[in-house]
Design a protein. Structure first.
Length: 439
């Protein structure tokens, strides 16, 4: 009597993402999981292949690899040129039956030292970061209020996200630009300045806290408290001291924030040995507001109480630092009170990486009157501007390495003339994290 013939169902195939971004000469680029199955068949008997179905000059059929033998396979792409292409993923099952899916792929240009570069996808305007241990960091974006948790070692989408807009009582972006952590409390600050059109937008005048629990991939954030008058406190303090830094004029209607005499906060860090006094670092103005001026820090001497009970801010004497005509883009310290200042131009027109804007890292001891020392010049030809220091290593160790993150929102990542912040698909938005060795 003949054996009963096996009937196989149509194979199934699904992708963990429909859009994938990589980079030319990228190392450790993001991958896509391909999940396959077929009724009546052992999944190990299924074969998965991929082919280029559009622009092979970006990535051809031979540049797509699929590894693994179980229900979940891993697809990786090697890019050869900047641009977009579409890939077709095919699963072939028993009985000759097949199924296909398409994957939209985009490759950004090669960068210096690609082995030290990783790409955090899902957002392009990264603006501040805090280390949360276990090799993970929480990154803020200045185009929305979403905080994203990333594995620092991988090019990947965020592990977890938080949006505290409702708790903050805002519907527009806070324009988060600075952050620092004391214990389990993370302090975040908006830019406090006008928008690019010189208009006052209340959400930008926000500082707030989150509480960290757990670490690494298990990190959780809970909303704490907010304060929405630091801009007014700073203006009143400056006016009471002879209007030395022009804060009133810098916040006036019609004044763009990213001008040498504008008003724009981009750094936040506590003073040496203190959990009460925080340094607010300014991208603008320079002090004095003339070419070649000094970078400006203003100490808020009761920053803890400003956030814990809404006390009006009190201030110490301003600190002026010679950063070679550059201003503060981020400031961060370690447990030994060793500071790194990420310095860049105040000028919006040359700060997106497309016009060779200068960037540098300076070491400082946090003491007013002590001069910072340059530790590294940063590359200026790669897309995006350097914006955030993730964590400060022990700066006394030779060859210490630090990870920085770009704001790539104004960069044309894929050669189509579209700024990253305006890309239709969030999966194609990304910021670059890169490691640098300090001289």
């Amino acid at each position: 009597m003949p054996a009963h013939a096996v009937t196989y169902g149509t194979p199934t195939i699904s992708l963990s993402a429909g859009y994938l971004s990589g980079s030319v000469a990228g190392v450790g680029d993001q991958t896509v999981d391909v999940t396959v199955g077929q009724s009546g068949a052992d999944v190990s008997a299924l074969t998965v292949s991929a082919s280029a179905s559009s622009k092979a000059s970006v990535a051809g059929t031979g540049d797509v690899t699929v590894t693994g033998a179980g229900a979940v396979r891993r697809l990786a792409v090697t890019a050869h040129s900047r641009g977009y292409t579409t890939l077709t993923i095919k699963v072939t099952g028993l009985g000759g039956k097949t199924a296909t899916k398409t994957l939209s792929y985009a490759a950004s240009a090669a960068v210096q030292n690609p082995a030290d570069a990783r790409y955090f996808s899902g957002a392009s305007d990264s603006s501040a970061a805090v280390d949360v241990g276990g090799g993970f960091t929480v990154v803020a974006d200045d185009e929305n209020n979403v905080l994203r948790l990333y594995d620092r070692s991988r090019s990947d989408a965020p592990v977890r996200t938080w949006d505290f807009s409702s708790q903050l009582g805002v519907t527009k972006e806070v324009d988060i630009e600075g952050a620092t952590r004391i214990g389990n409390t993370v302090y975040w600050t908006g830019s406090l300045g006008n928008n690019k059109d010189g208009e006052y937008k209340a959400p930008r005048n926000t500082v707030f806290t989150t509480t960290v629990s757990g670490s690494g991939s298990a990190t959780q954030l809970a909303y704490g408290r907010s304060y929405k008058h630091l801009r007014e406190d700073l203006v009143a303090w400056d006016q009471a001291h002879g209007d030395a830094y022009g804060f009133a004029a810098g916040t006036a209607t019609g004044q763009a924030p990213k001008q040498i005499d504008g008003f724009n906060v981009e750094g936040l860090e506590f003073a040496p040995g203190s959990t009460t006094t925080a340094y607010v670092g300014f991208r603008a103005p320079l002090a004095p507001a003339v070419p070649g001026g000094k970078a400006l820090l203003v100490p808020v001497t009761n920053f803890d109480k400003v956030l814990s009970n809404g006390s009006a801010a009190t201030f110490g004497s301003a600190i002026e630092l010679d950063l070679g005509g550059l201003s503060v883009r981020d400031i961060r310290k370690n447990a030994q009170d060793q500071y790194l200042i990420l310095a860049g131009s105040w000028d919006e027109a040359v700060a997106n990486g497309d016009n060779a804007a200068p960037y540098a890292l300076y070491q400082w001891d946090g003491v007013a009157g002590h001069a910072p020392v340059k530790r590294a010049d940063l590359p200026t030809t790669d897309p995006g501007g350097w914006e955030a220091v993730v964590e400060v290593p022990d700066l006394s160790v030779p060859g210490a390495r630090v990870q920085l993150i770009t704001d790539s929102g104004s960069a044309d990542l894929y050669g189509d003339g579209i700024e990253a912040k305006d890309l239709t698909h969030p999966e194609f938005k990304k910021s670059r994290a890169a490691w640098f060795t300090l001289s």
